[in-house]
Structure formats: C-alpha cells, structure tokens
Design a binder for this molecule. Structure first.
Ligand SMILES: [Zn+2]
Length: 219
C-alpha cells in the first residue's frame, strides 16, 4: 500500500507520520532521509547525490526518483505500507512515481492533504523556538517554556530558526502552492485524494488518518 502526505511546513504531517510508524508496521519515505541513507551507504546514486549537495545544488528529480525506486522495489516491499512524506513535490515527480508503481503492478492508494488556514499556519511557524544547546523545541503559544524566553533545562535564551520568520515563510508559501495545486488536482482526478483538517488537536487528526487508511485497506 502506498500513501502520500501532502502539506506545507507547520501542518504537522511529519509528526503524524512518526505517530503512525510507532503504532503500525509502516515505512516512511522522505527524500531527505533517502538522500542521507544513500550517501551513508555510498551507493552509486548516493555518490552522485553527494556531488550535487556539496556544490549546494538541488538534487535532480531523476536521481531522487531512482532512490525511491530502489526503496520500493525490494523483494519484501510488496507487503509493506509506505508513507511518502513531502514527496512527490510536483506533478512531474507524481507522474514518474506512478509509472514506477505501475511497473511494480502497484499504485498510490491514498493521498492525504493536510489543510490549515494559512494565517494560523504562519502563527504556528513563527512561534517556534529552540534551545541552541539541547535542541529542545518550544512554542510561544502552544508549548511555552516555564520562564518566558529560557530553556527549561539549560536556562539559556531560546532562539528562532532563521527560516521561521514571517517574510521567508510567505515567500516559500507562494512557491509551494505553485507546485502543489496541480499536484492536488492530479490526485483529485484519480479519486485518491482526502482532506484532513490539520488545525484540530493532534490526536483527532491522527484518528482520522487511521480511519482513512483502514477504510482503504478493506477495499
Ligand atoms: Zn536546553
């Protein structure tokens, strides 16, 4: 079974994917993890990928797709449930992924679109804080430290990641929707798309995702 998670940063799709992995025998595929793994294993694709990354260049779609293909084509892969987290990012990748799956006599079974009001998402992202020493994360509204601006453990000043500022988030958002709207249309036409309201509490979102997955499994 193949499930795709789509949603911009801040909607909690990574958290939901990790919660699923803790409870169910599933495999998460994110391009970041795949790239790191291939570089660690020094596979031929990994060596190529490393070259692009060291030059600060984006790793080409074809190479990423090659890594995905390796991962989902292993002999035992047919029995697994795969969650694609943040991949495919665009319609080109989606079409290529479909042709890989077709060659494996498989398909995308479910695409979950994590929706959240854009302003709420920006509040969530801009409120994130991190301890530079122990890497613990906080939120100025949702997960406040005991002492206002200090880490509960290290008692040093919390920092904001530079890409969590509002202007950067809004700029990224424009690019994100440019690629993602056609992607959602593509999966919508294939009748595999489901929306999940990601602004609700984490547990509510989680149980809805579980229901969606089990209803697909019964078919
Ligand atoms: Zn700390």
């Amino acid at each position: 079974m193949h499930i795709v998670f789509i949603g911009p940063p801040g909607v909690g799709k990574g958290t939901q994917a990790n919660m699923l992995l803790e409870k169910h025998p599933m495999v998460k595929i994110s391009t970041g993890d795949l790239l790191r793994e291939s570089i660690r294993n020094q596979s031929s694709l990994g060596i190529k990928a490393k070259g692009f990354m060291e030059k600060g260049e984006l790793v080409p779609d074809e190479l990423v797709l090659g890594l995905v293909q390796e991962k989902i084509s292993t002999p035992e892969a047919g029995k697994n449930t795969f969650i694609f987290d943040g991949f495919p990012r665009n319609i080109h990748q989606a079409k290529e992924l479909d042709s890989i799956l077709t060659s494996l006599r498989s398909k995308i079974d479910l695409v979950i679109d994590f929706t959240m009001d854009e302003e709420e998402r920006i509040i969530r992202l801009t409120g994130r804080r991190m301890c530079p020493k122990c890497q613990r994360t906080y939120h100025t509204i949702f997960a406040k430290p005991k002492d206002d601006t200090l880490c509960d453990v290290c008692h040093i000043l919390l920092v904001q990641r530079t890409d969590d500022n509002e202007q950067v988030i809004r700029q990224r958002s424009v690019v994100y929707w440019e690629h993602t709207k056609p992607l959602l249309n593509y999966y919508g036409e294939r009748k595999v798309l489901a929306n999940v309201d990601a602004s609700r509490p984490i547990e509510k979102v989680f149980s809805e995702i579980e229901k969606l997955i089990s209803s697909k499994k019964k078919k």
